[in-house]
Structures are given as structure tokens and as C-alpha cells.
Ligand binder design. Structure first.
Ligand SMILES: *Cc1c(COP(=O)(O)O)cnc(C)c1O
Length: 392
């Protein structure tokens, strides 16, 4: 392999559908801004996908999470349980509403928020009263659970929803990485009380940038629409009932989203095939472990990710990344666990005293090129480069 070989990116837009045609329609008709038929159509399409009655388009996945926390009634000083091993956006959203993140460690097989640890925290460190669930040490209210389906693999939602019912806490699902994933046959995003999707450029489908909030709750959907459109009570006199946000998605972006949604099933199938090819080729090699798929789960395998155990394969994840990079192949470690992030070291709490699994994942994980349009030839080039680096 030479340095002139084409660069293989980690995850980039796959634009082989009707994107051009539908965006052109917006330009031809003049409907380019934040209202239009494509916004309505895109919302409908995501509600259908998630199996919910309502969907509200937003300018980003982070904006959807922010508004989800607001409609779920999370207030300043409240606690929200969230995994430490996640992209930082959901934790920032918790901070935007003045609440405090309580970090939960990951479980070692599927790398999702450990619901067993959550149960211990909720039952042993909190007290359930008529007016809610309160953390004993701080006296703060536990206002929401915020599971993130990390890398597209669903969290153990059955167990989590049972806790939510027992303690009467709303669940905000961060499904930004898991569009098209199934849990016990049901799509993620519609499993909790409110779900959030992202259409950022590196996600399963993209609108360039954008997000969506989905819910069964008519009042929450209505309030989400209100808050994302500057909380306008009177569109003529410009009377605003409260402080809202401009979190709207444009019709142009929604048109692109509609075109992308037409190919969602195919793109998910392709990401799964890519993961399968990596898995079948590398699973037997010593020191390499893949994120496992749980029974009754269909992950979209947004990113094919494996752990590199330096003790067993004589190379670290980061050294392997360097070697792939020299072959013009992109790869990426997981995110720094948020309890260790300079942004949160001092302000968040660790619910389980420590997050050793999240720390190990950060040390060992490497995500491989996973774009849905990646060819088998390119996957094989990645595989050859890995074997070469591992000297096997
Ligand atoms: C991408 C992502 C988001 C945020 O999405 P944006 O559209 O980029 O704001 C939120 N949470 C997780 C876990 C993500 O991966």
C-alpha cells in the first residue's frame, strides 16, 4: 500500500439518493427556510420510524436534547443520570438547564450505561418520597434518566424502564447514534418518554446538521415546538410567553433528510455488513475484542469498534491508529469519559464512585471506517492494514 492510496474516512455522508432532486425542489419553489412541506414530511417520517405519535425537528441533536430536558421538567439543581462513556453533547444539555450530571459507568460487553449500577444508585443512595426521588447526600431531586445508545447499540431499556416506572422518573433517550437500531423488535428513540436524533454529517443519515425530538406525549411535543420557535404566543404582535430558542430546522435540510430516510434501511444493512466483515476477519486474533451485540437487539453498528489489548497483541489502540493513519485510513478512539473531561472533572458526580470500564474503553477502543457506502474492497484494505500492523 502506498501513500497515494485514497483516504478512507471514518464516517461520511452517503448521498446516493434523491438529495439533489428534493433540495432542488426547495430552490425551485422558494421554500428554503424554517417552514415548509419537507419539514412536516421529515417530522412525520421520523415519528413513523420511532413508532411515536409526534416529532419536532430541531437544528441539531444537542438542541433536541436540551429541549427534551426542558419538556421533561428538569430544573436547575436537579440530578440527571447519564453514562460517562458518551459524546459530550447530552451532558452539556443537562448543564444548559442548570441540572447536574451523575455519571454512570459502562457495562463491559455492549459498552452501554450499566443499568445495574443505576439501580444501586437509585435504591441505595436515594430516597423515594411523595414528591419525588431525592439523593440522600445532596438532597437534590433525581429528575431524569438519560441513556445514550452508544455507537448505535441499545441500552438495556427493559431494566431501565422498570426503574423509571418504580421511581416515576422520565426517560430521555439519546438515540442520536442509534437511528434504525431495534431493541426487542422496537426502534430506539421511541422506547423512553422522549427520544432525540441527530443528523450531523457523521451520523447514520445526515441533513448537513440537524436533529429531531420524538415523543408519545402530545403536551411535550407541543411545548417542544413552542420552545424551539422562540416561544411565540402571538405571531402578529410578537408576544412571547417565555424565553424560547431558535432551534428550527430549515426546509432545505429537511428535504435532504427526506431523501436520506428513503434509504435508511439500506444504509443500516450496509453498516451491519461492514461490521460483519471486520468481525469475521478479526474476531479470532488475540487481543482484539469487538463490541458485542446483545440478544434481541439489532444494532445499526453506526461505528464498527473494537478493543485493542496491548498486552495480548503488542500494539496499543493509539499506536494502531497511527499505523492506519500512515496508510491513509481514518480511525478513532472513543470519547474521553466525561467524568475525566476537563469540562466536567469538578462539576459532575460519579454515581458509582468510579468508572473503570469507561476508562478501559477509552484506553483500548478504536472505531474503524464505517461509512455505509464503503466498498468491500476498502474494508479489505483496512483489514490488511490492521493485520500488517499486528504482524499476523
Ligand atoms: C452526535 C451526538 C449528539 C449531538 O448531535 P448534534 O446533532 O451534533 O448536536 C448527541 N449525543 C450523542 C451521543 C451524539 O453522538
Amino acid at each position: 500500500m502506498s501513500s497515494e492510496a485514497a483516504f478512507i474516512p471514518l464516517s461520511v455522508p452517503d448521498l446516493q439518493g434523491r438529495e439533489w432532486e428534493l433540495i432542488k425542489d426547495c430552490l425551485d419553489t422558494g421554500w428554503v427556510s424554517s417552514v415548509g412541506a419537507y419539514v412536516d414530511r421529515f417530522e412525520k417520517s421520523l415519528a413513523e420510524q420511532a413508532g411515536t405519535s409526534y416529532a419536532v425537528a430541531t437544528s441539531s441533536g444537542t438542541a433536541a436534547l436540551h429541549v427534551a430536558l426542558l419538556v421533561a421538567g428538569v430544573k436547575p439543581g436537579d440530578l440527571v443520570l447519564v453514562p460517562s462513556m458518551t459524546f459530550i453533547a447530552p451532558v452539556n444539555a443537562i448543564t444548559y438547564v442548570g441540572a447536574v450530571p451523575v455519571f454512570m459507568d459502562a457495562e463491559p460487553r455492549h459498552w452501554q450505561m450499566d443499568v445495574g449500577l443505576m439501580e444501586i444508585f437509585l435504591t441505595e443512595e436515594c430516597v423515594f418520597r411523595a414528591d419525588g426521588l431525592f439523593h440522600k447526600d445532596s438532597g437534590a431531586r433525581v429528575a431524569a434518566l438519560l441513556p445514550v445508545h452508544v455507537l448505535g447499540h441499545p441500552v438495556d431499556m427493559e431494566h431501565l424502564m422498570k426503574l423509571a416506572r418504580t421511581f416515576e422518573i422520565p426517560v430521555i433517550e439519546d438515540a442520536t447514534e442509534s437511528l434504525g437500531s431495534l431493541y426487542h423488535g422496537k426502534p430506539t428513540g421511541g422506547l423512553g418518554h422522549v427520544g432525540c436524533f441527530s443528523f450531523n454529517g457523521n451520523k447514520i443519515i445526515t441533513t448537513g446538521g440537524g436533529g429531531m425530538l420524538v415523543t408519545e406525549n402530545a403536551d411535550w411535543a407541543k411545548r417542544a415546538k413552542y420552545l424551539t420557535t422562540q416561544a411565540k404566543d402571538d405571531p402578529v404582535e410578537y408576544i412571547h410567553g417565555e424565553i424560547g430558542y431558535n432551534y428550527r430546522l430549515t426546509n432545505l435540510q429537511a428535504a435532504m433528510g427526506c431523501a436520506q430516510m428513503e434509504r435508511l434501511a439500506r444504509m443500516v444493512a450496509q453498516r451491519r455488513q461492514i461490521r460483519e466483515r471486520y468481525f469475521n476477519s478479526l474476531r479470532e486474533l488475540p487481543g482484539l475484542t469487538f463490541q458485542e451485540e446483545a440478544p434481541n437487539v439489532t444494532s445499526n453498528f453506526w461505528l464498527s469498534t473494537l478493543l485493542v489489548d496491548e498486552k495480548k497483541c503488542s500494539i496499543s489502540a493509539r499506536a494502531l491508529r497511527q499505523k492506519l493513519s500512515a496508510e491513509r485510513i481514518d480511525s478513532r478512539p472513543l470519547w474521553q469519559p466525561i467524568h475525566q473531561s476537563p469540562a466536567y472533572r469538578r462539576s459532575g458526580w460519579v454515581g458509582a464512585a468510579a468508572c473503570p470500564v469507561a476508562e478501559r474503553l477509552f484506553d483500548q477502543a478504536l472505531s474503524l471506517p464505517s461509512t455505509s457506502s464503503l466498498s468491500e474492497k476498502d474494508v479489505d484494505r483496512v483489514l490488511r492494514a490492521i493485520r500488517y500492523a499486528l504482524e499476523v
